[in-house]
Structure formats: structure tokens, C-alpha cells
Ligand binder design. Structure first.
Ligand code: SAM
Length: 255
């Protein structure tokens, strides 16, 4: 194994092919409708970890005003480019900012904060989780809701593929080739709730020749979200909403 990049890094393939991979992920089906339902009519929404804008533009298309915070330039650039691909009124309802969800202060209030697709699990549990909940609380009006989509512990515990030579994903690329993903390393440490994976991305052209390849490290952290949320005034509002058999959306209300 050569150089291992962090996920979503500049020039990394996880950022370049985020929409190709996520668009194929049926385990996310229905997440937008859940967030839209929590937002009510034309609610103001803050998205923590907006990525390429998958959620932000979809919620804007439903009439919501969305501010998306994203730390990775390679992801933010794609979210900004997406504005040119949507009708102007939808684009106008989306504001994008580079920032760190563990510390940002926009000095604005929202009706709903969303942190979709395991984004909270990307930062270490402990101070980073508590600080992210504090960001959510700081930006919510009293009575506002915060939704955090987290992976299930039993899914994080699963071993890697029996045959690592078989791709875990094989999808057509926008350029007419194929993208193959392989799990090269996977280990879960229960005592710290940490899953480490090295995922190899391989892009083939239409004739099957390898165009690009790269190894990228994806780490997820998991713990009970209720204590750090409660410590900043976010109280669990209902039972977590199951999503796609691999995760659940925790909903908190600002007291
Ligand atoms: C799995 S993607 C989710 C993107 C989008 N919300 C979606 O559901 O498609 C996680 C995103 O969170 C971003 N992220 C990770 N840590 C962050 C932080 N501390 N502050 C802001 N964004 C962060 C990553 O760069 C990545 O774009």
C-alpha cells in the first residue's frame, strides 16, 4: 500500500467520486424527506458537513433556506459548482461557507440543524462531539430541532469482506468508465468506539484500463450522543429514526 490520503482530501478520489458513490447508496434513501419533515414549512436550516451539496440543494428545492458548512475544499468546490446546475431560485436559497462544525459561530439562528450521513462520526468522540453539539445549540432558536445521522454500532463491528479482491462497489462513472471500491483494511476497536478503514478507489476508462487509483482512510467514531448533547441543552426528542439498516437519525430539541 502506498500513500494513504485522508477521506475528502484535495486530489483524492473519495471527493471526486462522492456523488457517484453516494448516488448508489440506497441506505440513504429517505433521509431528505425526514429532514424536510423536521424543518416544517420553509424552515431555516443549518447543515453541518454539507459535502457536495446533496442535502442542501434538495432541501432548497423543497422551499427551505439552507446554510451549509463544509471543512474540505474539494467537497465545498463541488457544492459551489452545483449552484450553476440548479434553477436560480433554488440556488439562491443555499448559502455555503467553509468552516469547522466543531467551532463555527455564524451569529444566526435556525429552525433546524442537520448533520447528515454519519458526519458527526467523522470527528473524535469526546470534545469534538460535545463542541459540535454546542455549535448546533448555539445556532438553534429555543424549541428548534437538531438531527444527527449516526451509524449503528453493530454495523461498525462487522468484519471486512471475506474476499478483499472482490470490489464492494462497482459503478459507472460520469466519464463512461467504471469506479471500483475495495476495502483494504478494516478494524474496529470497541473500547474506544472507533472504526478504521482504508478504502482503495480505482477508476477505469471505458476500455477497462486503470486511469487513477488511490488509498484513502475513513475513520468513524461512535458513542452514546445523549450525554454530550444534554450537556449543551439539547434533549433527546424521540426514539432514533432508523435509516437504511445501517444508521439512525437522532433528533434533539433545544430546551
Ligand atoms: C459523509 S459526508 C456528508 C455530506 C453531505 N452532508 C451528505 O449527506 O451528502 C461528510 C462531510 O462532512 C465534512 N466534515 C467532516 N468533518 C467536518 C468538520 N469538522 N466541519 C465541517 N465539515 C466536516 C466532510 O469533509 C464531508 O464533506
Amino acid at each position: 500500500m502506498g500513500q494513504v490520503r485522508p477521506y475528502y482530501a484535495d486530489r483524492g478520489l473519495s471527493a471526486a467520486f462522492y456523488d457517484t458513490v453516494t448516488g448508489a447508496d440506497e441506505r440513504l434513501a429517505g433521509d431528505i424527506a425526514i429532514y424536510a419533515d423536521l424543518a416544517g414549512t420553509e424552515g431555516r436550516i443549518l447543515e453541518l458537513g454539507a459535502g457536495t451539496g446533496r442535502v442542501a440543494y434538495a432541501l432548497a428545492a423543497l422551499g427551505h433556506r439552507v446554510t451549509g458548512i463544509e471543512i474540505a475544499p474539494a467537497m465545498l468546490a463541488q457544492a459551489q459548482a452545483r449552484r450553476a446546475e440548479v434553477p436560480a431560485d433554488i440556488g439562491h436559497r443555499v448559502t455555503l461557507r467553509r468552516g469547522d462544525m466543531t467551532s463555527i459561530d455564524l451569529k444566526q439562528e435556525f429552525d433546524l440543524v442537520v448533520c447528515p450521513y454519519f458526519t458527526l462520526a467523522h470527528v473524535p468522540r469526546g470534545a469534538a462531539w460535545k463542541n459540535t453539539f454546542a455549535t448546533a445549540a448555539r445556532h438553534l432558536r429555543p424549541g428548534g430541532l437538531a438531527a444527527f445521522h449516526l451509524p449503528l454500532l453493530e454495523v461498525m463491528r462487522r468484519p471486512g469482506p471475506v474476499n478483499p479482491a472482490v470490489p464492494v462497489l462497482d459503478r459507472p462513472t460520469p466519464a463512461g468508465g467504471r469506479l471500483l471500491l475495495y476495502i483494504r483494511q478494516r478494524s474496529f476497536r470497541a473500547e474506544v468506539g472507533r472504526l478504521d478503514q482504508v478504502i482503495e478507489y480505482v477508476e477505469h476508462d471505458a476500455r477497462g484500463a486503470v486511469l487513477r487509483r488511490g488509498d484513502e482512510r475513513l475513520t468513524y467514531y461512535l458513542t452514546d450522543p445523549q450525554p454530550p448533547a444534554a450537556s449543551v441543552g439539547l434533549l433527546c426528542d424521540r426514539a432514533p429514526i432508523p435509516l437504511g439498516g445501517v444508521g439512525e437519525i437522532w433528533v434533539f430539541v433545544k430546551a
